[in-house]
Design a protein around this ligand. Structure first.
Ligand code: CAP
Ligand code: MG
Length: 433
């Protein structure tokens, strides 16, 4: 501490949290020579009203806006924020406050935002999901099993014509949702509107031929005005879903899209590409759990949350806790969980967790065992890599879920279901990486 610093003014371990406070939980690693209190005070100061020196402009009345470190337990720091610090309904401003400058402070070697508790008043200023889990199931008329999705591979490169042909095979094979890859938007070789129109014609045909409802998670990610134009096109073509790469597009863009889907009646599938740049490091960044809570608040209908048996890094506990905070009306941390806080969601609908990345039929029983059935399961390479083609690949996924439903092992079920047998023959039960 030197004469001009006031960071420790932001530490008050006797502070009684008010029910109007927004609360953040961080893991903090001080830089060399600093105590955890000094580091925690810096986090609270820089994320509320302070800076590196005392101020001639500071007034006693402004002390009410100071964030307060009210609990320090090892590396875990809990900070209470007066709600007046935040603009209601503005997710970007919230992130700039509690997940902004703090990551760059020299006095802090590492800081990870693990949890954000939203008080009722703050929650009321957000829409939440337009449809939620029940609403999406109602759209597809699918209950009692996971919703299946397949992203066409190669990720990009097929023409719209070729894409539609593969879409027909996948949807006829039995998958519920066709999904664009996160990097397929409006390239020269596959223009957005041409792809949308061709796939919608395929969906009409497959729905007639199978009597099943199908949907298209079409990737509208682009500049915001253009995204709005594409979203309206999607509604014009009669599709009921869109996909947004929410972290690449940005939170304000997502809020804009959430507003316009209200009247258009479209469900938002949130792809989280870019998240691992700041969610993966356990000591620095933002947890996927927090990204998921922010996404539920703004109002996506589905979001990828990782899958412990897939090709992407996924901490089992964090995936399952994230799944719970997305689907439960009143989330309570598991016993022994020191990072997360109780969260009531009031009238904010639940969000469909999406399990994806490296999945194939052999892994599906484990996915359901771990994550349950109220999930979306995306299988891309695990369908498009099937030796007998995409339709067989989709059928093999469907057969795997039939086996799970009937409580029969895949090996047993494969004896009378050749597409599943061929998938097991090719990939067995491997966990790709
Ligand atoms: C999966 C995927 C998804 C990942 C995203 C891909 O394809 O389309 O983008 O699941 O990761 O491009 O890798 P496969 P996450 O089914 O062929 O693996 O779900 O962890 O956000
Ligand atoms: Mg992808």
């Amino acid at each position: 501490m030197v004469g001009f610093e006031w960071y420790l003014d932001f530490v008050d371990l006797s502070y009684e949290v008010s029910e109007r406070d927004l609360i953040a939980v961080f893991k903090v690693t001080p830089s060399e020579g600093l105590t955890i209190e000094e580091a925690a005070g810096r986090v609270a100061s820089e994320s509320s009203i302070g800076t590196w020196t005392t101020l001639t402009t500071m007034k006693p009345s402004l002390r009410r806006l100071m964030a307060k470190v009210f609990e320090i337990s090892g590396e875990i720091v809990k900070i209470a924020y007066p709600l007046d610090l935040f603009e209601e309904g503005n997710i970007a401003q919230l992130i700039s406050s509690i997940a902004g400058n703090i990551f760059g402070m020299r006095a802090i070697r590492g800081v990870r935002l693990e949890e954000v508790y939203f008080p009722k008043e703050y929650i009321k200023s957000y829409r939440g999901p337009r449809f939620g889990i029940d609403g999406v199931r109602e759209k597809l008329k699918v209950w009692g099993r996971p919703i299946t999705a397949t992203v066409i591979k190669p990720k990009v490169g097929l023409t719209a014509e070729e894409y539609a042909k593969v879409a027909y095979e996948i949807l006829t094979g039995g998958v519920d949702l066709l999904k664009d890859d996160e990097n397929l938007t409006d390239q020269k070789f596959n223009k957005f509107e041409e792809r949308l129109s061709k796939v919608m014609r395929v969906i009409d045909r497959v729905e007639r031929e199978t009597g099943e409802r199908k949907g298209y998670l079409v990737n509208v990610t682009s500049e915001t005005e253009e995204m709005k134009r594409r979203v309206k096109l999607v509604a014009d073509y009669g599709n009921e879903f869109i996909m947004v790469d929410i972290l690449a597009a940005g939170w304000s863009a997502l809020q804009t899209i959430r507003k316009i889907v209200e009247d258009l009646g479209l469900a938002i599938h949130a792809h989280r590409a870019f998240h691992a740049a700041f969610t993966r490091n356990r000591k620095h960044g933002v947890s996927m759990y927090v990204i998921a809570k922010l996404s539920r608040l703004v109002g996506v209908d589905h979001i990828h949350i990782g899958v412990p048996v897939g090709k992407m890094e996924a901490d089992v506990k964090e995936v399952l806790t994230t799944e719970r905070v997305l689907v439960e009306k009143e989330f309570n941390p598991s016993p022994g969980d020191r990072l997360h806080l109780k969260q009531c969601w009031y009238n904010i609908k639940p969000v469909f967790p999406a399990a994806s990345g490296g999945l194939h039929p052999g892994l599906l029983p484990e996915v359901v065992k771990l994550m349950g059935k109220d999930i979306i399961v995306q299988v891309g390479g695990g369908v498009l890599g099937h030796p007998d083609g995409p339709r067989a690949g989709a059928t093999a996924v469907r057969q795997a879920f039939e086996a799970i439903e009937e409580g029969v092992s895949l090996v047993e079920y494969a004896k009378s279901h050749s597409e599943l047998a061929r998938a097991l023959n090719r990939w067995g039960f491997i966990r790709p990486k």
